[in-house]
Design a protein around this ligand. Structure first.
Ligand code: PLP
Length: 336
């Protein structure tokens, strides 16, 4: 990043088409295409912009298209689908049978696009990608998979849950962020060369905005290359999450079951949720984010814990002891 900063300066200086393109942008796109086993990739200034731009453009430009969206999809996918003004159906979260019912309602000849995520960030649950793609294939639908919470974190090379589950070749489009596991900022989609060229030529969110600063692109590039070659961080991360879940459960704290690194602790009341976080900060100097409505449905307010690979046993212990103390102080219910 430092070398690129010195060579290219702080900003890209323009849009990708008008002087804001560089060698490092193209190398990053090649690296991303390779990460997901696709012909091509296209970078955007954030994961949000990638979803909004790609979905709104695809669903606006393909005549007669119908979009099928998982009920828990992220706001950026919802924004893209809404902005396209395409006809849409919401299918039940992670439910291939309900997706099939929705697809069955639409005439066979119309183009269809099914949109879902791999790891859902508020519950930490994981989509049955292969099954959803099976259903989509049966109805001749394209698929769009958001791997924002999985890129770098899952799969032998960090390609996400689709790579881990051996189904990386299935979705038509894979979308991700450079801002979470990869540590900088930016977003992208990966797909066929024709689809990427189509979005490059038609997506206003790609065309009419200054491109990613080259130094940030260089940072993401280095992170992807490192995580393709090293699983040490991923292994440690999973072990830290497992330890945290076990220790919370042993302390009788209501940790919600999750198969991922996301560890939600149910509180079920917005005022108490905020109070737990305030007490934890004031009494134990630990900062945890309260997650309240509208981010999660009312009555499911929660703390959302996500350990990093570098949290130690002592860090985890301090959190569990602190939370346990706050639980007692606020007379909250323990899990049986
Ligand atoms: N998709 C999902 C599922 C997300 O949770 C987020 C949140 O950050 C985004 C997309 C947006 O990504 P970015 O932060 O890179 O804009």
């Amino acid at each position: 990043m430092e070398e690129t900063l010195r060579a290219a300066g702080a900003g890209a200086g323009g849009t990708r088409n008008i002087s804001g393109n560089s060698h490092v942008h193209l190398m990053l796109e090649q690296e991303l295409a390779d990460l997901h086993g696709r012909e091509a990739a296209l970078i955007f200034t954030s994961g949000y912009v990638a979803n909004d731009a790609a979905l709104s453009t695809l669903a606006r430009e393909l005549p007669g298209i119908v979009v099928f969206s998982d009920a828990y999809n992220h706001a950026s996918m919802i924004a893209g689908i809404r902005n396209s003004r395409a006809e849409k159906y919401i299918f039940r979260h992670n439910d291939p049978a309900d997706l099939a019912r929705c697809l069955d309602r639409v005439p066979a000849g119309r183009p269809k696009l099914v949109c879902f995520e791999s790891v859902y960030s508020m519950d930490g649950d994981i989509a049955p990608i292969g099954e959803l793609c099976d259903v989509a294939d049966r109805f001749g639908a394209m698929t769009y998979l958001d791997e924002v919470h999985a890129v770098g974190l899952y799969g032998p090379r960090g390609g996400g849950i689709a790579e881990r589950d051996g189904v990386m070749h299935r979705p038509t489009v894979i979308q991700g962020t450079l801002g979470k596991a990869l540590g900088t900022i930016g977003g992208y989609i990966a797909g066929s060369a024709a689809l990427v060229d189509f979005l490059r030529s038609h997506a206003p969110g790609f065309i009419f905005t200054t491109s990613l600063p080259p130094a940030l692109a260089a940072g993401a590039l280095a992170a992807i290359r490192h995580l393709k070659a090293s699983s040490a961080e991923r292994d440690l991360h999973q072990r830290r999450a497992a330890t945290l879940k076990r220790r919370l459960a042993e302390a009788g704290l209501p940790v919600m079951p999750s198969p991922s690194h996301i560890v939600p602790v149910l509180i079920g009341d917005p005022v108490l949720c905020k109070a737990v976080c305030d007490e934890l900060l004031q009494r134990h100097r630990i900062y945890v984010q309260p997650i309240n409505y509208p981010t999660v449905p009312r009555g499911t307010e929660r703390l959302r814990l996500t350990p990093t690979p570098l949290h130690s046993d002592a860090d985890i212990e301090a959190l569990v002891v602190g939370l346990s103390d706050v639980w007692t102080q606020l007379t909250l219910r323990r899990a049986s």
